[in-house]
Design a protein around this ligand. Structure first.
Ligand code: KG4
Ligand code: ZN
Length: 336
């Protein structure tokens, strides 16, 4: 028997190329978290094709929601809240998730909450460590975003730096495409880097010495492109290790420096790139030296998933009393 007093939230995530649905009990207990990735569909194009992604979400989402309810052993009528990502992301894919969520909320007569995908990533960490409370500095590193956010408490954010061009994951994916690694390339670069030489190629550490907390990763991509023109036979594992060494250097330096500068003692690292083994090890090691505790969600809660969206929605609704009207439309460039 389920605890009747504890609310169940359905979360839906369709901001990019993952179709995901999850059921959460209370604010932090995951009952199910089904993630279907369309990556294979986009691999031949070397990146996400928005139209293809939207159409595939339309086909898959109803079944993914069904699977999430079944896996949680709940019926739709048991739900108290429906939450869906409404930005930032690709507008077509967002429309599919938001429309589905609003339709379900309307039919069930329960509230609907639109969730900011970036806040969702922060709640991926809350699911992993519910007792690890703000204040903390957060580093969000994904395929679409790279940002440093000072978190006073959940719901209260100050963005202190972000990328001026490509996101870290985007740069890894584009470099992966150049060297013939399938899309998305991050996880494969992670694996290859473990057997490569990080000093094989001298690459820049973009904006590493700038005083602010902004990032830039497109120069790295160009540096790899020019290097490969001169040395086309460079081994893939050495390219992967050298590129990752640069990305890890910059993220580690800026992440820890921001934490220290804003008088925080904890750094939370979230988003798909936070699944990276090299980044995790380096940040924890260097953090220890500076008295900063660095924490990450488990890898499956780093990459896009609906449990983190349900968690952010449940917090917004049950702790802050928020909900959205059914007229809410996606905002592709929503900020924190
Ligand atoms: O958070 P996410 O799933 O989607 C966005 O919100 O963008 O992040 C996806 C990004 C992709 O660029 C992917 O290559 C990268 O995360 N990624 C990784 C790893 N796993 C996924 N990057 C480095 N190492 C990994 N293990
Ligand atoms: Zn994401």
């Amino acid at each position: 028997m389920r605890d009747a007093g504890v609310a169940l939230t359905l979360g839906i995530e369709t901001s990019c190329d993952e179709t995901s649905a999850a059921v959460l009990r209370g604010e932090t207990e995951i009952l199910s978290n089904i993630v279907y990735t369309q990556a294979d569909l986009h691999a031949r194009y070397g990146g996400v094709v928005p139209e293809v992604a939207s159409r595939n979400h339309v086909v898959k989402l109803p079944y993914i929601v069904r699977d999430a309810l079944d896996a949680a052993h709940v019926e739709a009528r048991d739900l108290s809240l429906v939450a869906a990502t409404y930005g930032p992301g690709l507008v077509g894919p967002l429309l599919v998730g938001v429309s589905h969520a609003k339709g379900m909320a309307f039919a069930l007569g329960v509230p609907f909450v639109g969730v900011n995908h970036l806040e969702g990533h922060l709640f991926g960490h809350r699911l992993h460590r519910p007792l690890f409370e703000p204040p903390f500095m957060a580093l969000i590193v994904s395929g679409g975003h790279t940002a440093l956010v000072d978190v006073t408490r959940y719901g209260e954010y100050r963005v202190i730096g972000s990328t001026v061009d490509d996101a870290a994951g985007e740069a890894l994916d584009k470099i992966g495409k150049m060297v013939g690694i399938g899309y998305p390339a991050g996880a494969e670069i992670d694996r290859l880097a473990s057997i490569g030489n990080p000093k094989a190629i001298p690459l820049p550490r973009p904006m590493n010495d700038s005083t602010g907390f902004d990032f830039s990763f497109s120069g790295l991509k160009t540096a790899v492109l020019y290097y490969l023109r001169k040395s086309p036979r460079e081994k893939r594992e050495d390219i992967a290790a050298s590129v990752l060494a640069s990305v890890v250097d910059v993220l580690t330096k800026k992440g820890l420096e921001a934490t220290w500068r804003f008088h925080r003692t904890k750094l939370v690292v979230v988003g798909g790139v936070a699944a990276n083994q090299h980044l995790r090890e380096r940040l924890v090691q260097d953090g220890e030296k500076r008295g900063i505790e660095v924490s990450f969600p488990s890898p499956s809660l780093c990459t896009d998933n609906a449990a983190m969206i349900a968690a952010a929605g449940a917090f917004r609704h049950f702790s802050l009393g928020e909900s959205h009207p059914l007229s809410l439309t996606p905002d592709a460039s929503l900020s924190l």
